[in-house]
Design a protein around this ligand. Sequence first.
Ligand SMILES: [Zn+2]
Length: 47
Amino acid sequence: MPRDPVCGLILDEKTAKFKIKHDGETYYFCSVKCKKRFKRNRRKFVK
Ligand SMILES: [Zn+2]
């Protein structure tokens, strides 16, 4: 199960609407808010 890297919520990749491809990996988000936070500061959230 993918995890929202911003808030840590566990998500279902089949129903997750908010996602970003970054460095060949797909990141899933619970909301557009988390997606925007990720976009603003990718380095902080990418391992
Ligand atoms: Zn979130």
